[in-house]
Design a protein around this ligand. Structure first.
Ligand SMILES: NC(=O)c1ccc[n+]([C@@H]2O[C@H](COP(=O)([O-])OP(=O)(O)OC[C@H]3O[C@@H](n4cnc5c(N)ncnc54)[C@H](OP(=O)(O)O)[C@@H]3O)[C@@H](O)[C@H]2O)c1
Length: 139
């Protein structure tokens, strides 16, 4: 599935630890919050950046620390906290990419509002593919 979305190379985390392969990267973006800066640091190139979506206390301290010291940086992309004017620009850009077929969204399952508890239970398994949508019907 990941290859069908455009990835050139895929690593199965259940079979291989990407931090131990000897390869190094400019950016490591953990979109599911399962790694840490300390674990990934050795897999970053000099001036490489580690990004995560999970704002733990350790990453906040590492973000502060690496903003002053060291060549490898830790960052949390707090995109949702920016001013609305900037978010609107990004949404319009994303809309263009989606319309041009350059971004494909993956909806694993759809639920009705009445099934919201079931939807949560499924998401909490930690193995949804892409995302889960709740369908709202206009009154
Ligand atoms: N800061 C923000 O704006 C923001 C936004 C959204 C989410 N988040 C945070 O991001 C985290 C992830 O949330 P989510 O709901 O998007 O995802 P999720 O449901 O926790 O992640 C599911 C996906 O993660 C994969 N996965 C599980 N363990 C993995 C590992 N060790 N290495 C690589 N992939 C792994 C699963 O693959 P398999 O099924 O193959 O195991 C599945 O595809 C949450 O902690 C959430 O709070 C933050």
């Amino acid at each position: 599935m990941v290859k069908s979305l455009g990835a050139d190379y895929v690593i199965d985390y259940t079979k291989e630890d990407f931090t131990k392969s000897g390869l190094t990267y400019d950016i490591i973006f953990d979109t599911v919050g399962k790694s840490s800066f300390s674990r990934c640091k050795k897999a970053l190139k000099t001036r490489g950046i580690y990004l995560t979506t999970t704002p733990s206390l350790s990453i906040q301290l590492q973000m502060l620390w690496t903003s002053k010291i060291g060549s490898k940086k830790a960052k949390i992309p707090f995109t949702g906290l920016r001013p609305s004017s900037e978010k609107v620009k990004d949404l319009l850009f994303l809309k263009e990419l989606i319309e041009a077929g350059k971004i494909k969204s993956v909806i694993d399952k759809r639920y009705e509002m009445e099934q919201i508890a079931e939807a949560h239970r499924y998401v909490e398994t930690g193995h949804k593919k892409g995302n889960v949508a709740i369908t709202l019907h206009p009154l």
